[in-house]
Design a binder for this molecule. Structure first.
Ligand code: SF4
Ligand code: SF4
Length: 387
């Protein structure tokens, strides 16, 4: 195959082995390559060395409170939707040391957090996840205070997106304008093309860095048929979304209904387990803990993911502000879909569906929003003499 350098927006065809060459090229450039792999009967993100580490021939079946891996009839490498983890796990880790103090003589030596040793290459980033990363970029790096740890982890990333060929049962990225096609925020974007025994990828260049990386790989110009086939893959996925969310006026809808009876209804089902916030790719709240060892030689301060579903999260001088399940669920959903817009200029939800799949009692943000909309609209119609 001839090597053809491509500009941003250019498209090329890459073979199955070309993808292996991409992984090797990223490792050679000093990246720690992270991608999807199967572990504990789920697709998780971890270090990968070859395409053999990818979840070939697996798909996921998802519904409210349900996640199952199943075998596919083909050998698709990216034939699943999203698993329980997001890239937040690497950019904003669940537990992170802020500093450590070690006893030395009559005093202490303080050391800061460890430097991030390697730069990340993320392989298999979905469109909704690109939007989630952009949201966390805004939260951590574009406000008045910058999170230096996130900035360090985020700099020099190489992102290989994958356009979705399967919509998960709980996905609603189309409603949130966040997928299923990667539109921005990637270096290269792949669409997996399977046609009988032929297995290849259409690659779109998203950055100069991506174009340079692709130029060093065996590739050829994409044919019009391959471009059309890739468009058909994402169009097919968009038509098969598992869920929908009507976002029309949703900020006003939720902010105008803090006493809606549906908050009591959902509170009766919610376990306040915080699963929904742990799996959400945009949730960013943390708490700070101090630990000392039993011998009194070292002490450390760590930052740990926290959640608006815990009682302690809203604890201030003598009590928690949000004592009831109702107020905690309302806080989470209203923040995601409404006050996040006031705070950061976008919705806090990208429609990945993880909070629905991983809720142990199957609470569904799209169903809760629709229920509030249905009765709020009914009451407005009643006020205006409607039926
Ligand atoms: S909505 Fe579901 S996942 Fe979230 S806290 Fe309640 S029970 Fe847990
Ligand atoms: S609120 Fe739910 S659907 Fe929306 S981004 Fe978070 S986990 Fe995904």
């Amino acid at each position: 195959m001839a090597e053809v350098e491509l500009p941003v927006g250019g498209k090329a065809a890459l073979s199955h082995q070309g993808l292996q060459a991409l992984i090797e090229a990223l490792v050679a450039r000093g990246y720690r390559v992270l991608g999807p792999t199967v572990r504990d009967r789920a697709i998780i993100y971890d270090e990968i060395a070859t395409i053999d580490d990818l979840p070939a021939g697996w798909t996921d079946r998802q519904d409210a409170g349900t996640y199952r891996l199943e075998r596919r009839a083909d050998k698709a490498l990216f034939g699943y939707a999203v698993g329980p983890q997001s890239w937040k796990r690497f950019l904003h880790p669940p537990v992170e040391q802020l500093w450590q103090a070690r006893r030395e003589g009559n005093g202490f030596a303080i050391t800061g957090p460890e430097k991030i040793a390697s730069k990340f290459a993320f392989l298999g980033v979905r469109a909704c996840e690109l939007h989630a990363i952009a949201i966390q970029d805004r939260v951590f790096t574009q406000g008045p205070y910058h999170d230096t740890s996130y900035q360090q982890r985020r700099q020099d990333n190489f992102i290989v997106a994958v356009n979705c060929g399967e919509a998960g049962g709980t996905c609603f990225c189309v409603s949130m304008n966040a997928g299923p096609k990667a539109d921005t925020g990637f270096d290269l974007a792949l669409t997996e093309l399977l046609d009988g025994d032929r297995h290849s990828f259409l690659v779109e260049v998203g950055s100069v860095l991506g174009g340079e990386a692709l130029a060093a790989l065996p590739h050829r110009p994409a044919t019009p048929d391959e471009s059309a086939a890739a468009d058909a893959v994402v169009a097919h996925t968009a038509r098969r979304m598992g869920r929908q969310l009507d976002t029309n006026g949703i900020k006003e809808l939720l902010q105008d209904n803090p006493d809606h009876a549906r908050w009591d209804d959902v509170a009766a089902r919610c376990l306040t387990c915080a699963n929904c916030t742990m799996v959400c790719p945009t949730c960013f709240c943390t708490t700070v803990e101090d630990h000392t060892d039993l011998a009194g030689q070292t002490a450390e301060r760590v930052r740990r993911w926290d959640s608006c579903f815990t009682l302690d999260f809203s604890y201030i001088h003598g009590g928690s502000v949000r004592k009831e399940n109702r107020s905690r669920y309302r806080q989470w959903m209203t923040h995601k879909l409404a006050s996040w817009i006031d705070q950061f200029g976008t919705s806090g939800c990208v429609g990945c569906g993880r909070c629905i799949t991983w809720c142990p009692v199957g609470i569904d943000i799209t169903v809760e929003a629709a229920a509030i909309r249905a009765s709020a609209r009914g009451s407005r119609e009643a006020e205006h003499g409607g039926t």
